[in-house]
Each structure stands twice: as C-alpha cells, then as structure tokens.
Design a protein around this ligand. Structure first.
Ligand SMILES: [Zn+2]
Ligand SMILES: [Zn+2]
Length: 293
C-alpha cells in the first residue's frame, strides 16, 4: 500500500457539521469500537445529537435499555432480530451471543425470550420494538416459521405498549407487508434500512410507514433506493447509519458510526433536489415523531 493511501480499516474523517441537528434513527453502538461517550461526542460535534440504539438479542436489548437510561441523547429499541429467533428455537449454540434460553431450544425458549422483550418494552427509555421482521437472505426456509412467529409477537408487543415498530426487511418485502396487514401495524412503524423500490415506497406511504435510509442509498448500484427516496413523502423519511455496517460512499467498507450521518443526509438532499438544511429539518422532526420522543 502506498504511504499516503487511506487504511481501509481506519475510521473515516469527521464530515463538515450539519447546521440543523438530526438523529441517527438506527445504530448499533455495541458493535462499534470506542466508548458510548466517545461516539456520542463525535456525533454531536457534527450535528447528530440523538441516536436510536437498536437491540438484536436479549443481551443487546438489555444493553440498549440501560444505555438509553444513562444518556439523554440515546433512545432504545428492543427485540430478537429476525435471524436470532430461529437460532433460539433451534438451540443453535453458535448464535450472536450465548444466552440461557438458547441451550434448550424449541418454541418454549422463544416464548421465554419474547417475555423478556415484552418486559423491556415497557421501560420508559425504550421507545421502540425492533429490529424485527423477516430476513430471507441470511435465514433459510427451515427458519421461516420461527421468524414469522417472532415477528407477529413483536408487532403485538409494540401495539400493547404503544411503542414504535422497527422493521428489518431483507429480501422479504411482500411477506413483511402481508404480516403487517394481517396483524394490523402499530400506529408508528419504521422500515429500517429501507430496501424496497419506488413502487413499494408508494405502498408504505399509503400506509403511513416511515422509511429510514442508510448509507447504502449512496452506493453506485442502488438507483432503486434513490428512486424510492425521490417519491417517498418527505414527512415519512428518516436517516440512519445501521453502523458499523453500510458506511456511505466515499468511505464504503470502512467502519461506520453515527458521526457519518451528515454524509448520507447530503446525498439524500441531492436526490430530493432540496438544500441540506431543509432535509435536516425534516429528518430531525420526523425521527422525533416516529419514535415519540
Ligand atoms: Zn437490520
Ligand atoms: Zn440494525
């Protein structure tokens, strides 16, 4: 590597600060390097003053709730990720983290884990239930049943507690929309890392679902996402990092963090043909409304 080439594992530089503060509507601070305090300070220094910390399993959901209780700038969501639910049912010991319920497996283990999510969802710093949904990319046909059962249970928990539902939808658009319709979606529903096309954006808009765009909206091969962003009602659009994943261009492949939100906000403003401040104003207000804080 030439001496002046950027290290692909190095943290990208701080972007120019936003003039209007926004929130990172979906991040995983527990999967990023450094402390929570460092991540929040760095984000705030460029105008990202709020983050939504998303839980993916029991330990991660407990951590999200605790972190939100300790920091005003952090709101939590709690859930078993769509790829986690089948692992609990099948008793897979190589899950994301080892937890008591997993060893036994079976539907009872999933019910036990869901009961803990239900308990966490009642906490005041927990603003949402998710990420839940369907993922046909990482989970094969053998996991479909557990995944859908878990998704339906999360919808019920979100509605009962009056919390926002955060959807993870990977290669499962039609089934996610079907289950939402069958169960009846909560009042506030967010499609995190929105991955549908413009046609699906119209369906989401009609249903009042929020669409949260991640760094992949900047990827060269993601014209379908930009087309969706172009037609989505501005009041239903959110921005997120999903960090450490999906770091926006020109830092694609390097470690992501909430402080990189301005890069995505600027790309989104360009897609919409509006100025950065107008985009940021809408994003800030939308995220607060979507998560009820
Ligand atoms: Zn996700
Ligand atoms: Zn996520």
């Amino acid at each position: 590597m030439p001496a002046n080439a950027p290290d692909k594992n190095a943290a990208p530089p701080l972007p120019e600060p936003l003039r209007v503060p926004v929130a990172d509507s979906h991040t995983h601070l527990d999967m990023q390097s450094g402390t929570v305090e460092e991540a929040l300070a760095k984000a705030a220094s460029v105008g990202v003053t709020t983050v939504v910390q998303v839980g993916c399993d029991l330990n991660g959901s407990r951590w999200a709730a605790d972190t939100a209780a300790a920091h005003d700038a952090v709101h939590a969501t709690v859930a078993l990720h769509p790829n986690e639910a089948p692992r609990i049912v099948h008793g897979d010991p190589d899950g994301w983290s080892r937890q008591g319920a997993r060893a036994a497996g079976g539907d009872a283990a999933l019910d036990e884990a869901l009961a803990e999510i239900d308990r966490l969802a009642a906490l005041p710093h927990v603003k949402g239930v998710g990420e839940t949904g369907l993922d046909y990319f990482r989970t094969g046909p053998e996991g479909k049943e557990a995944q859908e059962r878990s998704f339906r249970a999360h919808i019920e928990i979100a509605k009962r507690h009056g919390k926002t539902l955060v959807i993870h939808d990977r290669d499962a658009h039609a089934d996610v929309l079907r289950v939402l319709k069958e169960e009846g979606a909560p009042e506030r529903t967010v499609f995190h890392c929105y991955s549908g096309d413009a046609g699906m954006a119209e369906i989401c808009a009609a249903a009042g679902y929020y669409m949260s765009f991640a760094g992949n909206v900047t990827f060269k091969n993601a014209q379908n996402l930009r087309d969706a962003l172009a037609v989505a009602p501005l009041e239903l659009v959110l921005v997120e990092t999903d960090a450490p994943f999906l770091t926006p261009v020109p830092y694609r492949g390097r470690p992501g963090a909430p402080y990189l939100v301005p890069v995505t906000v600027r790309a989104m403003a360009a897609v919409r043909g509006i100025d950065e401040d107008t985009m940021a104003t809408a994003l800030g207000a939308n995220t607060a409304r979507a998560f009820g804080y």
